[in-house]
Design a protein around this ligand. Structure first.
Ligand SMILES: Nc1ncnc2c1ncn2[C@@H]1O[C@H](COP(=O)(O)OP(=O)(O)O)[C@@H](O)[C@H]1O
Ligand SMILES: [Mg+2]
Length: 231
């Protein structure tokens, strides 16, 4: 992956994705970071996948309902891709060109983890779909919230209350542990993009760690873009 030369490297905004298993704290931490950044005068676009646009939200409902599971992992991956493409064009790129900080709850790493390897989609198929979908729009950085699957699912169940578990939450613990390992493997392969955060700790400690690193990376990107002349 050519991290330094992606299309977002030339955009004035800053694109951060949050990844990790169910109940790892992605939504919690995105909200906290967004509130902090806004308090500092940043324009923040807070969004999530699958979904983020009206069309992508329809696809989200279909995907999470489990109705496409029987159609196979390729079709599911293509539906995610369609939703992501619409989200990139309709929300992410416009926000980045307005110089906003985009905080996205799940992005391409989730597809790699949930549809790739053990889930059955060939790595080569996955990378073809990914390249066509992203068309160079890659995150500046990715926060991976790491938590043992059992603990994350406990949290997710508490949050859900009486509501039914969705297509992914209802799967077995072993599969969730494999996904955890797959997220960590991505982080190991792309250490410059990914930061792994121990998500078992209290919310405030996690928030402080994420904030410090995001601010540092954001400042670095802005220094880089001014040092290089007009962007
Ligand atoms: N560090 C934490 N410690 C304890 N509970 C947490 C922590 N972070 C989040 N939670 C709680 O766990 C549940 C799942 O968190 P959430 O942010 O929705 O996770 P995700 O979006 O990754 O599925 C929520 O009820 C949330 O309040
Ligand atoms: Mg969430």
């Amino acid at each position: 992956m050519m991290e330094a030369s992606n299309a977002i490297g030339r955009q004035p905004g800053f694109f951060v994705t949050f990844e990790g298993g169910e109940g790892s704290g992605k939504t919690t931490q995105i909200s906290r970071l967004a509130a902090y950044l806004r308090s500092q005068g940043e324009s923040v676009c807070q969004t999530r996948e699958p979904g983020g646009t009206p069309a992508a939200d329809v696809l989200r409902d279909i995907i999470l309902s489990g109705r496409v599971k029987e159609l196979g992992v390729e079709t599911e991956a293509l539906l995610f891709a369609a939703a992501r493409r619409d989200h990139i064009e309709g929300v992410i790129l416009p926000a980045l060109s307005r110089q906003e900080v985009v905080l996205c709850d799940r992005f391409h790493d989730s597809t790699r983890v949930y549809q790739g390897s053990k889930a059955g989609l060939e790595a080569s198929t996955l990378s073809v779909i990914e390249a066509a979908t992203l068309d160079g729009v890659l995150p500046d950085m990715t926060v991976i919230l790491d938590i043992p699957a059992v603990k994350g699912l406990e949290r997710a169940a508490l949050r859900r209350g009486q509501e039914k578990a969705d297509r992914f939450e209802s799967e077995g613990i072993e599969l969730h542990e494999q996904r955890r390992a797959a997220f960590l493997a991505i982080a190991a392969r792309e250490p410059h993009r990914c930061m792994v955060v121990d998500a078992t700790r209290d919310m405030n400690s996690i928030e402080a760690e994420i904030r410090a690193i995001v601010l540092e990376r954001l400042a670095r990107k802005r220094r880089g873009s001014t040092a290089g002349g007009p962007v």
